[in-house]
Write a protein that binds this ligand. Structure first.
Ligand SMILES: Cc1cc2nc3c(=O)[nH]c(=O)nc-3n(C[C@H](O)[C@H](O)[C@H](O)COP(=O)(O)O)c2cc1C
Length: 334
């Protein structure tokens, strides 16, 4: 099950409704949770959960117990939203941070004031960067405390790690920007610190080469950058790479050549995702293009997706209007 932000975590704490939602999908094999912030500064969206205080650990523990009792495995996706944020969504005292003071294009939802433009973020100081890296490692520890089988570092879709990777959002002239080595440094340091905290065998990373979500833009060095990043992740020993291809959602396709190159270079497991149905998933697994396939939208509207696929039954279409609305409608009532 692919990571799916569902915005039901009132007060940024996992609750009983979320416990029910995940338990209903426990036969997915491996669940990757919705993006979960390692820091108050990373709570950019309304009602997303965190994993940095005791109440959040307690809430998540009930979720992981439910999934484990039903025989499933579950990783949490650590998502620091960086500049994809708005102060109206964030707890008092938190800050909208990014590698450079460049606002993300477009607007985002706030519960108090509807749609608002993204603010210009504060360019992170050396101390801010060190703190953010430590927050990921701390959240990884908290994840194990909460009973998760591991964590997925969200380095895709224009959130903080991707903001460092991409030249559209990273125009730093210090050792965290400019060259490929410098732009991948934050991703690598987050992976190293998290691996030191809980072991690399419990850590995967999600990446979205050529993605354009949240103002990301491809550049001429993109293939080379991901090759260098994969080489570093091999050294650290991460357990999987999870690649996003959002061409089914209107984004540019990730070239099959780059996907194959990453697959060949990376020593761990490879998860494919984006627009899969059963036939295409089986075809890609048979052709050894990946080790696992993640399903996103099909799992929203089909808690019994696995059973339906096994029986060859038709799938229910998801209702987009309730993707991010609070409450059980469109969440636990499919
Ligand atoms: C409602 C919704 C929320 C999503 N939230 C996340 C998220 O928190 N983290 C993430 O990496 N991807 C997120 N995605 C992307 C999905 O993980 C997945 O890559 C995408 O839906 C394409 O796969 P699919 O065709 O199987 O749905 C989200 C997608 C949807 C539709």
């Amino acid at each position: 099950m692919a990571p799916l932000t569902r915005s039901r975590a009132i007060g940024n704490v996992p609750n009983e409704l979320m416990e029910k939602y995940y338990r209903l999908r426990a036969d997915a094999g491996l669940i990757l949770t919705e993006g979960t912030s390692p820091s108050a500064n990373g709570l950019g969206y309304a009602r997303i959960p965190g994993l940095f205080n005791d109440a959040q650990v307690k809430g998540w523990r009930r979720v992981t117990e439910g999934v484990h009792q039903a025989g499933g495995k579950i990783f949490t996706q650590l998502m620091h939203t960086g500049r994809v944020s708005h102060p109206a969504n964030m707890p008092a005292g938190s800050r909208v941070l990014a590698p450079s003071a460049i606002a993300a294009p477009g607007e985002m939802w706030t519960d108090s004031n509807a749609l608002q433009p993204h603010p210009v973020p504060v360019a992170m100081s050396e101390a801010d960067i060190a703190q953010a890296i430590a927050e990921y490692a701390n959240a990884a520890k908290r994840a194990i405390e909460a009973g998760f089988d591991g964590v997925e570092l969200h380095a895709a879709n224009g959130y903080l790690i991707d903001q460092f990777l991409n030249t559209a959002s990273n125009q730093r002239t210090d050792s965290w920007g400019g060259s490929i080595e410098n732009r991948i440094r934050f991703a690598v340091e987050v992976a190293k610190a998290s691996a030191a905290a809980i072991g690399a065998e419990h850590i995967g990373m999600r990446i979205s080469p050529y993605g354009v979500f949240n103002g990301m833009a491809p550049d001429a060095e993109m293939d080379a950058m991901y090759e260098k990043l994969i080489a570093e992740l091999n050294t650290i020993g991460l357990v999987y790479i999870h690649i996003v291809d959002h061409s089914s959602m209107g984004a540019p396709e990730v070239s099959p050549a780059l996907k194959a190159k990453i697959r060949a270079a990376f020593k761990g497991k490879y998860i494919l995702s984006g627009g899969y149905d059963l036939a295409r998933a089986n075809a890609d697994l048979d052709a050894k293009r990946g080790d696992l396939v993640a399903f996103g939208r099909p799992f929203i509207s089909n808690p019994d997706l696995v059973q339906k696929m096994l029986k060859g039954q038709a799938l229910t279409a998801p209702d987009m209007d309730t993707f991010y609305t609070p409450g059980e409608k469109g969440y636990t009532d499919y």
